[in-house]
Design a binder for this molecule. Structure first.
Ligand code: NDP
Length: 453
């Protein structure tokens, strides 16, 4: 059978764009890609990129305070100019979207600015009625923020809308304790918004190392975020002066804005999965095997829509592994082991490998951990403490987990991740000479375990 394309990609985010580009430019396949929204997906348009630019913006207030403590006595921060920053942010996203489009064009990918749905194992339909056949279909449609079902939920915004605000509210209530909630609590706090964060569990950042979570929570509070755990919201009502919110602890208050950062769900509704016989998983995700292949042999899926590890670089690797498997005849499983990540709170948290809690379930461990005042912030008179932690296997001596809470922890953990990926032992860390004076030297100078388990 002759197909219109060798590959039809649905979704122009990180995973879809990478797969389309590689399949077309390197494997010389005939490739089309459909995207209903802006090119670049969550990461570029309403996620990592604009978020990180906001992280930078929000850090300057503290830097200016520190500069004064270092002798720049005239330094003054004043009020943050959101409209100025926002215009620059929008222009930067336009620029990046342009690059994505240009890259696809240069690679020879045909782009349709339409929503596409699945018709059968080899056919997609665009929202204008056009139909195309393809030997392979790659679904890379990502996810969207989830809002809990409650009275007045429609009044709350999500991370999608934060980037579109015309002005910053005076106060905001952020609901959730995951990556997005914690990052935006710090960002908005740094930009001068009065931030309250409410999390239903006992401690934010569930699933991460317990000590690191506690450390981040303490520092977030010290920096001014009004963080409440063990409580949830019940109802939101719109009033003249903002949004009135009632919480499960019996409290109520009015905020300028309410932000739900309560997780994300795969974009599978209305995708036509039922037409091809793919049964979505419990959270609506597309189940795939180790090679990102669905139950329909010609249809693959990568990225957040598969709800494996929902991170941009993972989606990119999955897209590349798909191309190796299908178009280069080299079956490749994307590697989901020891994926490092950073939570861009202030200070940041970088993490790779097992938490102490998970490691001790697995085998006997030693824990090396130190918390100290960094030279720079200490001199500036800030009370911030850096935390460096290694979780080590007693038997193999391998470092099973590394957790860092500090300025630039995202940068540091990337390098630690290489060592862990190579199987570094505690003794490999020990015989590495320290770079002095740095915060990270602590990683190679912790001599005595603080506990064994
Ligand atoms: P997360 O899954 O990380 O966190 C969701 C939070 O919302 C949890 O604290 C969860 O609580 C809470 N929650 C869920 N449902 C409800 C509810 N019905 N009522 C109240 N609270 C609720 O999701 P995020 O939205 O923060 O981020 C989505 C994903 O995006 C992340 O998991 C990550 O993969 C990715 N991401 C990565 C970033 C990075 O690398 N820096 C940055 C941002 C996002 P509980 O813990 O009790 O379930």
């Amino acid at each position: 059978m002759k197909f219109d394309y060798d590959l039809f990609v649905i979704g122009g985010g990180s995973g879809g764009v990478r797969a389309a580009r590689l399949a077309s430019a390197e494997a010389k396949a005939r490739v089309a890609l459909a995207e209903e929204d802006r090119m670049g997906g969550t990461c570029v348009i309403r996620g990592c990129v604009p978020k990180k630019l906001m992280v930078f913006a929000s850090g300057y207030h503290g830097h200016i305070e520190d500069a004064r403590a270092f002798g720049w006595r005239q330094a003054r921060s004043g009020k943050f100019d959101w409209p100025f920053f926002h215009a620059k942010l929008r222009a930067e996203l336009d620029r990046l979207e342009g690059i994505y489009r240009e890259t696809l064009k240069k690679a020879g990918v045909t782009v349709y600015n339409n929503r596409a749905t699945l018709v059968d194992a080899h056919t997609v339909m665009l929202d204008d009625g056009r139909r195309f056949t393809a030997k392979h279909i790659l679904v890379a449609v990502g996810g969207h923020p989830f809002k809990p079902d409650m009275k007045g939920a429609k009044h709350a915004i999500t991370s999608n809308e934060v980037f579109l605000l015309d002005e910053l509210p005076k106060s905001i209530l952020i609901v959730g304790g995951g990556y997005i909630a914690c990052e935006f609590a710090c960002i908005l706090n740094g930009l001068g918004v009065e931030v309250t964060q409410i999390y239903r569990g006992a401690q934010i950042l569930r699933g991460f190392d317990g000590e690191a979570r506690g450390h981040v929570a303490e520092l977030i509070r010290e920096r001014g975020v009004n963080l409440h755990v063990g409580t949830d919201i019940l109802e939101i009502r719109e009033g003249d002066d903002g949004f009135w919110v009632k919480t499960t602890d019996g409290g109520h208050r009015t905020y300028g804005q309410v932000l739900f950062a309560t997780g994300r769900v795969p974009n599978t509704a209305g995708l036509g999965l039922e037409n091809v016989g793919i049964e979505p998983g419990r959270r609506g995700e597309i189940p795939v095997d180790d090679y990102s292949q669905t139950s329909v042999p010609s249809i693959f899926a990568v990225g957040d829509v598969t709800n494996r590890i929902n991170l941009t670089p993972v989606a990119i690797r999955e897209g590349a592994a798909f191309v190796d498997t299908v178009f280069h005849g080299n079956p490749t499983k994307p590697d989901h082991e020891l994926v490092a990540s950073a939570i861009f709170t202030q200070p940041e948290m970088g993490t790779v490998g097992l938490s102490e809690e998970d490691a001790r379930e697995q085998e006997p461990i030693e824990v090396y951990c130190n918390s100290f005042r960094a030279m720079q912030t200490g001199f500036a008179g800030r009370d911030d403490r850096v935390m460096m932690k290694l979780v080590v296997s007693q038997k193999t001596r391998k470092v099973l987990g590394c957790h860092i809470v500090s300025e630039q922890a995202g940068e540091l953990i990337q390098l630690a991740a290489i060592a862990l990926k190579m199987g570094a032992t505690k003794e490999d860390f020990d015989r590495t000479v320290a770079v002095h004076p740095t915060m990270a030297e602590e990683l190679v100078t912790m001599k005595t375990p603080v506990r064994t388990a």
